[in-house]
Write a protein of this length. Structure first.
Length: 1006
């Protein structure tokens, strides 16, 4: 039975379509799902029952993940989003199925001529039909309708756009661009015969970079690059192919044709206009390259501060093997791992989503490597990375039939970036520790200025921040090894934002008392936290100490301070650091400096709130400002030294820096070194020295000794940073915080702070036990066949079956009554335990958060629990978005407000990853980890959403487990491994996640 039929059965309807869902309107741009306002309200409350309610849940989840958009009477799903939906959601939305359609093309004319034309046809049952489609739906006959896949949509859109071009616009460039798109679609999986273009390999230039060559007379020569690794010598002889006055261009390099759009051509002209830099201006170029090259046209990732050592190809810091993972015998010392290692890091669909987001963010930063789960990985070959991730996704449910040799990345394809070059900070630990030891505030805060009375730990934290900040304000700004900053690493929920704001106010008050100008203040934070900072200012001060608050972000104040685009080629700027320039001539820059007048961003005493992405994109302007204090919230965003955003953060000029994060170590000790090196250069030396002293001892330790060595190293590192880091826990500092109890179903005796609770332990039976045993039997019968991925595939099947035996097939039949819901949920031992726990919480009239990773089960649980308890259960899994928007954030906050506002019992379903940043839900005092995250730190972060300042009730954490009647089951093994992971508060340590290898070994699948 398919998923659509299952849903139909759930609703007591047949699958023939009589059960009406939301109305839909198919348009060229996408599909609208709608209903009348009255019907929509009924559907949302689930009183209607049926397909429409299920569709509403699915579309709401798609909105939360950024794939759909709410409209006045329903939802709009863009064509691109429709093409990416999984088959389950297609069925729920009653959209046509996908099909492995084969396409053929008819080509007329030559690609060099305006008469060039490409027509597409689809083959169905051996017959060729012309394309008849609207938006993402192909309908070649009255009965045959199909939803297009992403590659199919990409190709057909490109053909249609090209077909309606006028002859004047249909030049060689647009013709080749069509060919390039078709070739890309074929690489992505489109079944199409492109033999017409076998001898043409077309690609779009991604970005224009810069190569700097030193000449014998001391001058330098600038040359553009295409950002794809094409050797300098190959490009040098081919620039003459381009018409310097044309809007578009094409370069033939060997058997490749590289297309250049208008912006890329402008970038090339920009470089050639300033190609030769005389010897007497080389130093100025290296100091301020943007004085010669427009950063809006050329990929010139640059910034300014005392640490800036010039501009050139981004220096890759050789990270080497990290402490969070065991040795990889196939990786050379100091070199990043190939992308093939990603397959071992993807343990679930959520892992794949998370890793894709981290890689996308690294690519936007211009990085060729990324550190994921403690491993530095080469991501310069984007096609290879995509292939590995897609293969890993497939391997979650299907083992490969044969092994495949790992492909090594092509060194010629690695992109080079121009970036700020940061001087290595020589170790100056003893001198810096002595400075910090002498730091203390010159006076007490004036608490009459504040609306809230601090907790004792907050007062101590404010004194610590103000003491260090005062010393930083009095230091020589041009000295690298002065007092610069600190790391506020308090546990989540201790009020780091409040402490930071009071400290800012006190430092500004001291500046005013001394008769000095009060410099502007910058806060860099994830987008989802900007609104929180605004709200905290209102809650903290009786009268704001800031002139005003600027939210430097699209949709808010960015447009107000951004200089409008003006055509220009070269702007000679004498000294950008001193403000003696005409900033109005710089594209994509901001109004800063005295010449900007009242429109300048850097007004005295102004609080500027911005994101890490905006810092990266506008780093030239932001690095030019002399900030009083810079605060990096969720500072783990700058944990990788090989990204542009980290370079920009380190290049900011400020009197004082505060890096705030509750997780100073996420994946490896590299995180801590990079964050601490941003806060206080010199304290921990450069990375090679740090790695030698702190990382290598862990790597060299025997397996049985590694945790103890990790603990010893962590304590040594904690002592090394001394007063530059403040790290407290809620348990230590908040004596008035309610009790937190953790109950588990996988244990029989108390262990690791977890109390056994028999009600959370249920034994599998019936279909669940049969399905679980079948996976084990299948593995045992095939384990000697050398089937690649069999063990991992089996592991993920066991994980899914432990949640519900029919979750993988989608055949989960919930019916319309509470009794039927309980019957279906009782097929799962774990869900049976969940129901009893929820009933107990309802009896206490309390609220609960269920943490769950699998999105299909999130949706099904929402439907079931709505029916069972008469609720409108919210689902928050916004971690799936690569870039958040203010509207998305408002949706999440609105769901939390609605959840907390309901009197008595209520349920909220959350992803443990979405719970990592910026969400506080103290209205709930119960947490159920239905599907446990394999990293204990992530699980602890999720629980901390409710256990923090503001919580008034005793907090209960529940860990239900499914047991096997004859052996230790999946949940028991996972709990045992999680319990063995090191979680220390008095040391700087890496909290390792449970690995697939550990689970495989523990369950006898290795």
């Amino acid at each position: 039975m398919g998923f659509r039929e299952s849903i139909a059965k759930m609703l007591g309807k047949n699958a023939g379509g009589e059960e009406a869902g939301l109305s839909l309107l198919i348009e060229e741009e996408g599909i609208s799902f709608y209903a009348s306002p009255g019907d929509l309200a009924t559907i949302k409350s689930d009183n209607a029952g049926g397909v429409a309610s299920t569709q509403h849940v699915a579309l709401t989840m798609l909105c939360e993940s950024g794939q759909a958009q709410p409209i006045s009477n329903g939802f709009f799903l863009p064509s691109e989003s429709v093409a990416c939906l999984d088959d389950d959601i297609l069925s729920i939305l009653q959209l046509p199925p996908r099909a492995p359609l084969q396409f053929q093309i008819k080509v007329e004319g030559k690609s060099t001529h305006p008469a060039f034309k490409v027509s597409a046809f689809v083959l169905i049952d051996g017959e060729s039909y012309p394309i008849n489609r609207k938006g993402p739906i192909l309908s070649n006959t009255s009965r045959d309708k199909y939803t297009l896949t992403a590659p199919q949509l990409l190709a057909l859109d490109a053909i249609d756009i090209h077909a309606v071009m006028s002859p004047d616009d249909r030049g060689e460039g647009s013709n080749l661009r069509l060919i390039a798109t078709l070739q890309q679609a074929k690489r992505d999986g489109l079944d199409i015969n492109l033999s017409h273009f076998d001898n043409i390999n077309v690609a779009e230039a991604e970005r224009i970079g810069l190569t700097v060559s030193k000449l014998p007379d001391g001058s330098i020569e600038l040359s553009p690059t295409l950002g794809d690794g094409t050797p300098y010598s190959d490009l040098l002889t081919r620039w003459a192919q381009l018409d310097p006055e044309a809007d578009e261009g094409a370069m033939r390099i060997g058997n490749r044709i590289v297309l250049l759009d208008k912006q890329k051509m402008e970038g090339i002209r920009e470089v050639f206009a300033s190609r030769r830099i005389p010897a007497d201006q080389v130093a100025r170029f290296m100091e301020t390259p943007t004085a010669f090259i427009d950063a809006a046209l050329v990929d010139l990732d640059t910034g300014f501060s005392v640490r800036v050592d010039g501009v050139g190809t981004m220096r890759h810091i050789a990270i080497g093997e990290l402490d969070a993972k065991g040795a990889d015998w196939f990786t050379q010392e100091g070199q990043p791992s190939p992308p093939q290692v990603l397959s071992g890091l993807i343990q679930s669909e959520e892992d794949a989503d998370r890793i894709e987001q981290e890689i996308a963010a690294a690519h936007r930063d211009g990085a060729s490597t990324v550190v994921i789960d403690g491993q530095e990985i080469d991501i310069s070959d984007e096609n290879a990375v995509t292939a590995v991730i897609e293969k890993a996704r497939k391997g979650l449910t299907e083992p490969d039939s044969a092994p495949e040799e790992d492909a090594q990345p092509d060194e010629n394809e690695k992109r080079q970036k121009v970036s700020v070059l940061i001087k290595d900070a020589d170790e100056q630990r003893e001198e810096l520790l002595a400075l910090a030891a002498d730091a203390c505030p010159s006076q007490e805060p004036d608490w009459s200025l504040y609306q809230r009375t601090p907790f004792p730990h907050q007062k101590a934290g404010i004194d610590w921040l103000v003491g260090l900040g005062e010393q930083a304000q009095h230091a020589d700004a041009e000295q690298l090894y002065r007092m610069q900053g600190c790391l506020l690493a308090d546990d989540m929920g201790l009020g780091k934002t409040f402490m930071a704001l009071v400290s800012l106010s006190e430092l500004m008050r001291r500046q005013r008392s001394a008769g000095k100008a009060v410099k502007p203040v910058l806060v860099v934070a994830p987008l989802s936290l900007l609104e929180n900072w605004e709200e905290e200012v209102e809650k903290t001060f009786k009268r704001s100490p800031f002139r005003d608050i600027v939210v430097l972000q699209g949709g808010r104040d960015l447009k107000r301070f951004r200089i409008p685009n003006t055509e220009r080629e070269t702007v000679q700027i004498a000294n950008m650091a001193d403000g003696e320039i005409d900033m109005a001539s710089l594209r994509y820059a901001l109004h800063v400096g005295p010449e900007a007048g009242p429109d300048r961003l850097d007004m005295d005493a102004r609080l500027v709130l911005t994101t890490y992405q905006t810092l990266r994109d506008y780093q030239f302007s932001l690095c030019r400002i002399d900030w009083g204090t810079v605060i990096f919230d969720e500072a783990q965003n700058i944990k990788n030294p090989n990204t542009g955003v980290t370079c920009a953060a380190k290049a900011l000029k400020s009197s004082f820096k505060v890096l705030a994060t509750g997780t100073p170590v996420e994946n490896s000790l590299l995180d801590f070194w990079c964050v601490m090196d941003t806060a206080q250069p010199g304290l921990l030396g450069d990375w090679p020295a740090f790695r030698e002293e702190y990382v290598k001892p862990i790597l060299k330790a025997e397996d049985e000794d590694r945790n103890q060595v990790r603990q010893d190293v962590g304590k040594k590192l904690r002592q090394a940073v001394g007063r530059f880091m403040l790290r407290r826990t809620k348990e230590e500092e908040l004596t008035g915080l309610p009790k937190k109890s953790i109950f588990g179903g996988a244990i029989h005796e108390p262990a690791g702070g977890v109390e056994p609770m028999p009600a959370l332990a249920r034994t599998m039976r019936g279909a669940q036990l049969q399905a679980y045993n079948q996976v084990l039997d299948n593995y045992q019968s095939r384990r000697h066949e050398e089937v690649q991925g069999l063990a991992i595939s089996s592991l993920h099947q066991l994980r899914s079956i432990s949640l519900h035996p029919r979750l993988q097939e989608g055949d989960i039949t919930a019916l319309t009554t509470a009794r039927d819901v309980r019957s279906v949920m009782a097929e799962s031992a774990k869900l049976e335990a969940l129901l009893q726990t929820l009933d107990d919480i309802r009896a206490r009239k309390e609220k609960v958060i269920i943490f769950l990773i699998t999105k299909k089960l999130q949706m099904l649980l929402k439907l079931w629990l709505d029916r069972l308890y008469g609720l409108d259960v919210g689902i928050i899994n916004g971690d799936t978005k690569a870039v958040s928007t203010k509207a998305d954030d408002a949706t999440r906050k609105g769901m939390i407000r609605e959840f907390e506002a309901r009197a008595g019992f209520n349920i909220l379903i959350m992803s443990p990853v979405a719970a990592g940043v910026g969400l506080t839900v103290v209205g709930a005092n119960n947490v159920i980890h239905l599907e446990r995250h394999w990293n204990p730190a992530k699980e602890a972060q999720a629980s901390d959403r409710v256990y923090r300042i503001g919580q008034e009730k005793a907090v209960n954490i529940y860990l239900p487990a499914a047991h096997h009647p004859e052996r230790d089951a999946f949940d028991v093994h996972l709990h045992r491994l999680l319990d063995g992971k090191l979680l220390l508060k008095d040391a700087v340590v890496t909290t390792e996640a449970v690995s697939e290898a550990e689970m495989l070994k523990g369950m006898g699948l290795g």
